[in-house]
Ligand binder design. Structure first.
Ligand code: ADP
Length: 351
């Protein structure tokens, strides 16, 4: 049972006003240019490129729950940042013809944060919690009965004035997204009826995403330039769209037009020190460090300390792509440079 030590309805405090705004907006744009990306996100499954199996399995669950006139089972989406987890949650809401409230788990520090959020939900609405592995234990405990029986078990007040209350909630769907599935406690994980992984995209799918997005932002991009961008985007739509937007900047400033050519793309990639496989400075420092250690196994923390980078960032953003390219491997004793990784570094030093 969750203990809420103060009145749960604190809508007058400055903090709760801020959170209410966060919860009510569909999504918080990171910056002004991202606001355009948000409005240009795919809205329905047919606009979401790739991940065919995942889409058809979600579609079946959605159609079945619409048929039964019930709310959808809770969904857990996991995979690296930028692969489309938030976009999918918003698509599920559109396909279910309902609203989606988006929040990051780091904003749900206190028990009353999640309580306020749950009390604000309406029947069949979707609550999307990004980075759900960051929920505190107390917040998770409040969520368990909410997810399973759509009720809140609360203890309100302190010492002698304590009262126990059960509040019934409207039926809702929680969509959780995480980059770290292993960090989610198993009681929480078990409460998701649907659990899906998002994988890195193929260059062909990324090229389609680039073409679709260039149409939306009125950019003309040819086959060669779009393929080059796709190959350098580490299998990640967010990176592909970011590089496309930087290419648009270059074409508008240098050529005074909206045409992205291979020449423009090369300029952007050179400027960002991204090579033909999408590797950047951090990737190369990572590989170089292993190379200098005679290719022997090196612990992640040692690499992070040597590169002055965050070990979590290295583990979840840098390493997966290097592993996918076969340049490094993870062993129980640490990270190892593979023969392909060694060749890559030798070739790079020769340039
Ligand atoms: P995540 O939540 O996994 O970090 P997002 O959903 O925010 O990723 O997606 C990042 C960007 O990439 C968004 O602008 C989104 O529209 C775009 N995107 C992601 N996946 C796809 C896809 N399959 N098709 C089209 N655009 C996509």
């Amino acid at each position: 049972m969750a203990i809420i030590s103060s009145n749960i309805n604190e809508s007058n405090s400055p903090r709760s006003k801020k959170e209410l705004r966060i919860v009510k907006s569909e999504i918080l744009p990171e910056d002004k240019s991202d606001a355009q990306v948000i409005s240009n996100r795919p809205k329905f499954f047919n606009e979401f490129i790739g991940h065919e199996k995942l889409k058809s399995s979600l579609k079946i669950s959605i159609d079945a729950s619409l048929f039964r006139n019930e709310c959808l089972d809770h969904i857990l989406l996991y995979g690296q940042p930028g692969l489309g987890k938030t976009t999918l949650a918003l698509i599920v809401a559109n396909e279910m013809n309902t609203k989606c409230k988006v929040i990051n788990a780091s904003s749900l520090e206190r028990p009353r944060d999640i309580v306020g959020l749950l009390l604000g939900l309406k029947e069949n609405e979707i609550l999307f919690i990004d980075e759900i592995h960051r929920l505190s234990n107390l917040t998770e405990e409040i969520l368990y009965p909410a997810l399973e029986d759509f009720k809140l078990d609360l203890t309100i007040g302190a010492s002698r004035g304590t009262r126990c209350r059960t509040i019934h909630l409207p039926k809702f769907t929680l969509i959780g997204a995480t980059t770290k599935l292993a960090s989610i406690s198993s009681p929480l994980r078990d409460r998701f009826g649907i659990c899906q992984k998002l994988y890195l995209y193929s260059p062909e799918d990324l090229q389609k995403i680039i073409f679709n997005f260039s149409n939306l932002i009125n950019i003309v991009i040819d086959e060669e330039a779009s393929l080059r961008l796709a190959l350098c985007s580490r299998g990640t739509p967010r990176i592909a769209l970011r590089l496309l937007k930087r290419s648009r900047d270059y074409s508008q400033v240098i050529k005074k037009n909206n045409i992205v050519t291979i020449e423009i793309v090369e300029k952007v990639l050179n400027n960002q020190k991204i090579d033909h496989r999408g590797l950047d400075e951090i990737d190369r420092s990572f590989l170089n460090y292993l190379y200098k250690n005679n290719c022997g196994p090196v612990g992640l923390e040692s690499i992070a300390a040597a590169l002055s980078e965050d070990s979590t960032m290295l583990e979840f953003i840098v390493e997966p792509y290097l592993i996918q390219l076969g340049l490094i491997s993870r062993t129980s004793r640490g990270r190892v440079l593979t023969p392909s990784g060694e060749n890559y570094i030798n070739e790079y030093h020769e340039l």
